[in-house]
Design a binder for this molecule. Structure first.
Ligand SMILES: [Zn+2]
Length: 648
C-alpha cells in the first residue's frame, strides 16, 4: 500500500488542472460556509488518475473510470479496504502512544484503561491456551453429575447457544429485544480438533473414540431437530405455555442462570420455533450420558470461540506472526468483541471535531433524498393501493441515520456506566471471556428493561455483536430491524466523502450510497419490515400488482443477488434525481459525479452477496438515460442498454 501511495502522488503531479474539463465546475458549498478548493482539486486529480482515456466510456465505463486502479493500488484492494486499514492504524497509533505516555489526557477517558489492558494482554500472546478458557467458567458440579442444560445456560451467558436447545436474546424491532428459543442447530457439526480435545477436562476416552461418540450424538440430534414442516416463522409463547407443553426441562432455572435474573414471570413472552422438535431433543438428551453431553458442550464452546471473527488465537496458530500483524489482529478482534468501548475511543480521540460538519452535510443530503423518495412513491408507478403507498412513505420518513454508529444523546456518565459493567483481568483468555460476558449480559438486561428512556439510547445505534461478520460494517448499511442506516467511520472520510466536497463529488458518492441503502428498505427481502421494524405482508401485496412483478422480472435476469441490483438501479436513479435539480449545473458537472460514483466500485471483486464492482457499476449506469446522454452513448451500446428496467 505504501508503494501504491507513492505512485499515486507522482501521477497526481503529472496531471495539471488546466488539462481537466473543469471550466464550469460548480464550486458552491451546499451545506458548509466554505469548501477548501485544495481538497477538491486534489480529489479531482485523484479521480482523473484512475481514468484510462484510451477506453471508450460507452463500451465499459468501469474500465474507463477504474482502468488505472490496479496499477496504482495493486491486487485485492478497494477504497473500502484501504479506508478500513487506516482506521485500524489509528487505533494502533493511539494505543502505542498511550503506552509510551502515561500522562496523556486520554488515559482519563471512560473505558480507555481497560481497552489498553485488553490490548496489552492480546499483543503479549505467544500461544493459545484453550484449557484456560474452560478453567475460567463458573464452577460446575462434576461433569457426570450436572444436567446438560446447566452447562448450556452458563455458556449462553457468553453468547454461545448453538446446540441442544438454543436460547438467544435478539434484537426484535425498533424498540425491543426478545428471547428466541430454537432446537439444536442441525446445520452445524463439531469438527473435534486435537487442540480442542486436549483442552477438555480428564475423561479417559481416546480422541478417535470421543470423536465418533460426538458424531453419533449429532446424527441423532440432527434427525430430531430437523423440522417436519416448512414453517420458518416463530411463534409467540409465554413461559407458562412453554412449560406446560414441554415439562421435561427446568425452563425457569435455565433462563435465570443464562440471563442472570432472580425471576422470570410466567407471562413473559418468547419467540419460539419448532417446540415439538425441541421437546423431542430434550426427551432424547435426558436419557443420555451426562458426562458425554457436557464434554460435547465444552468442545462446541471452544470451537465457537475459535471461530469468532478475528480471534487472534487463530492467527497465532496459522503461521509465524510478526508483532505488527499481531497488533493489528488484536485491534480487529477488539473492534468486534468490544464494539462500544472501541467506537467511543475513536469518537473521542479522532472523530468528535469532525462530527458537527459531517452531521450537517450528511443529514441534509439524507433529508433531500427522503423528500425525493416520498415524492416518487406518491407518483405510484406500480399502481399500488393508497394504504400501502402511505405505509411505505411512513417507512421512508421514519428512517434514521447514524454517522459513526454511536449511541445518541448521551453524556459521559453513560460510558462510565459501561466502564463499570465491564471487567478486565490478567490474561487474554480471561479478557476475551469478560468482553463476551459484558456484551451479552448487557443484551440480556436490555431484554428485561422496562425503562423507555434508557432503552431509546440502546436503539439509537446498532450495538454490533462480537460474532458480526466482516462484510457488514465496513461500508454503510441499512439495518431493517431498526429502520436505520449506519454510516461507519471508514466511510466518513475521503475518498468517499468530505463535508467540503463540491456538489458533483459530494452527491456522486454520498447520495448514491445513501440512495442505495435507502432502497434496501424497498428491496425484495426487506420491504416487509415496517417503520417500526416489524414484519408485514407488503411483498404479498406487491406481488399482486402486475407492473411490480414485471419490473422485478426485468432486473432479475443476470444478477447473483436480486436485492443488490434493485438497490443499485433504483438507488442511483434516486440519487441522480436529487442531485439534478439544477440542470444547468448538471451539464458541466456530470463527469465528476459519475467518476466519484465509480470510485467506490474500483477493484471490487464481489462476494456472495454482491456482483463484481464492474458488473454493478456498468449495469446501474447502463440503466440511466442521463448517463448515456452525458457521454453521448448511442442507444444499444453496452452503456446505454436497449432494455431499460423500471423499478422504484
Ligand atoms: Zn447493498
Amino acid at each position: 500500500m505504501a508503494c501504491g501511495l507513492r505512485i499515486i502522488s507522482l501521477l497526481l503531479l503529472s496531471i495539471s488542472i488546466d488539462a481537466l474539463p473543469t471550466y464550469h465546475l460548480n464550486q458552491s458549498c451546499p451545506y458548509q460556509s466554505q469548501c477548501d478548493p485544495s481538497i477538491n482539486w486534489q480529489h479531482i486529480r485523484r479521480l482523473e488518475s484512475y481514468v484510462r482515456r484510451d477506453v471508450d466510456p460507452c463500451v465499459d465505463f468501469y474500465a474507463y473510470a477504474c482502468g488505472n486502479w490496479r496499477r496504482i493500488h495493486g491486487e485485492g484492494g478497494t477504497a473500502t479496504t484501504i479506508s478500513e486499514a487506516q482506521i485500524n492504524q489509528r487505533f494502533e497509533d493511539l494505543f502505542l502512544r498511550l503506552l509510551q505516555d502515561p500522562l496523556a489526557q486520554e488515559h482519563g477517558y471512560p473505558m480507555q484503561q481497560k481497552l489498553l489492558t485488553h490490548y496489552q494482554s492480546c499483543t503479549a500472546l505467544t500461544s493459545s491456551n484453550l484449557r484456560r478458557y474452560l478453567q475460567l467458567l463458573p464452577p460446575l458440579p462434576a461433569l457426570n453429575a450436572s444436567h446438560w442444560m446447566e452447562l448450556v445456560s452458563i455458556l449462553g451467558r457468553y453468547g454461545y447457544h448453538d446446540h441442544f436447545v438454543q436460547i438467544e436474546v435478539r434484537h426484535h424491532n425498533i424498540s425491543q429485544h426478545m428471547i428466541f428459543i430454537q432446537p439444536h442447530n442441525h446445520n452445524q457439526n463439531l469438527d473435534l480438533t486435537r487442540e480442542i480435545y486436549d483442552a477438555l477436562p480428564q475423561h479417559g476416552i481416546g480422541f478417535t473414540q470421543l470423536k465418533e461418540m460426538f458424531s453419533v450424538l449429532e446424527s441423532h440430534l440432527n434427525r430430531l431437530a430437523k423440522p417436519n414442516i416448512t414453517d420458518d416463522s416463530f411463534h409467540n409463547l409465554t413461559l407458562e405455555q412453554i412449560r406446560r407443553r414441554v415439562p421435561e426441562l427446568d425452563w425457569l432455572g435455565a433462563l435465570k442462570r443464562q440471563l442472570n435474573r432472580s425471576s422470570v414471570n410466567a407471562d413473559h413472552s418468547f419467540q419460539v420455533d419448532e417446540l415439538s422438535a425441541i421437546r423431542q431433543v430434550i426427551l432424547y438428551l435426558n436419557r443420555q450420558d451426562r458426562r458425554l453431553l457436557n464434554l460435547y458442550s465444552l468442545a462446541r464452546f471452544l470451537s465457537h470461540l475459535l471461530q469468532l471473527p478475528h480471534n487472534p488465537l487463530e492467527s497465532l496458530s496459522s503461521a509465524l506472526v510478526s508483532s505488527k500483524s499481531l497488533s493489528i489482529a488484536c485491534i480487529r478482534h477488539m473492534r468486534r468483541t468490544l464494539y462500544l468501548p472501541m467506537i467511543y475511543a475513536y469518537e473521542r480521540v479522532y472523530y468528535a471535531q469532525q462530527r458537527p460538519s459531517d452531521e450537517r452535510v450528511i443529514h441534509s443530503v439524507f433529508t433531500e433524498l427522503k423528500d425525493q423518495l416520498v415524492q416518487t412513491l406518491d407518483q405510484n408507478h406500480f399502481n399500488l393501493n393508497r394504504g400501502l403507498v402511505k405505509a411505505l412513505q411512513t417507512k421512508v420518513l421514519g428512517m434514521r441515520l447514524n454517522v459513526g454508529n454511536v449511541p445518541r444523546n448521551v453524556t459521559e456518565d453513560f460510558f462510565w456506566a459501561t466502564d463499570r459493567n465491564w471487567k478486565v483481568g490478567h490474561d487474554f483468555h480471561e479478557n476475551h471471556l469478560n468482553s463476551l460476558l459484558y456484551y451479552y449480559s448487557l443484551t440480556a438486561e436490555l431484554e428485561g428493561n422496562p425503562d423507555a428512556t434508557e432503552k431509546a439510547i440502546w436503539y439509537s445505534f446498532n450495538n454490533h455483536s462480537p460474532d458480526l461478520t466482516d462484510n457488514i460494517d465496513a461500508t454503510p448499511y441499512f439495518y431493517c430491524l431498526g429502520n436505520i442506516i449506519i454510516i461507519p467511520y471508514s466511510y466518513a472520510q475521503l475518498p468517499f466523502y468530505h463535508s467540503e466536497l463540491w456538489p458533483a463529488m459530494l452527491y456522486g458518492d454520498l447520495a448514491n450510497t445513501l440512495g442505495h441503502e435507502m432502497l434496501h428498505a424497498f428491496d425484495t427481502d426487506l420491504v416487509d419490515y415496517d417503520v417500526q421494524g416489524n414484519m408485514r405482508d407488503y411483498s404479498e401485496q406487491l406481488q399482486q400488482q402486475p407492473l411490480y412483478v414485471e419490473a422485478v422480472k426485468c432486473l432479475n435476469d443476470s444478477s447473483v443477488v436480486l436485492n443488490e441490483r434493485t438497490s443499485d438501479v433504483s438507488g442511483s436513479r434516486l440519487a441522480f434525481r436529487t442531485y439534478m435539480k439544477d440542470t444547468q449545473s448538471w451539464q458541466s458537472n456530470g463527469r465528476y459525479y459519475f467518476l466519484q460514483f465509480s470510485h467506490f466500485f474500483c477493484g471490487d471483486e464481489g462476494d456472495r452477496y454482491h456482483d463484481m464492482g464492474s458488473t454493478r457499476l456498468n449495469y446501474a449506469l447502463s440503466q440511466m438515460p442521463e448517463f448515456a446522454e452525458y457521454f453521448h452513448c448511442a442507444r444499444g451500446t453496452p452503456m446505454n442498454s436497449a432494455k431499460q428496467c423500471h423499478f422504484w
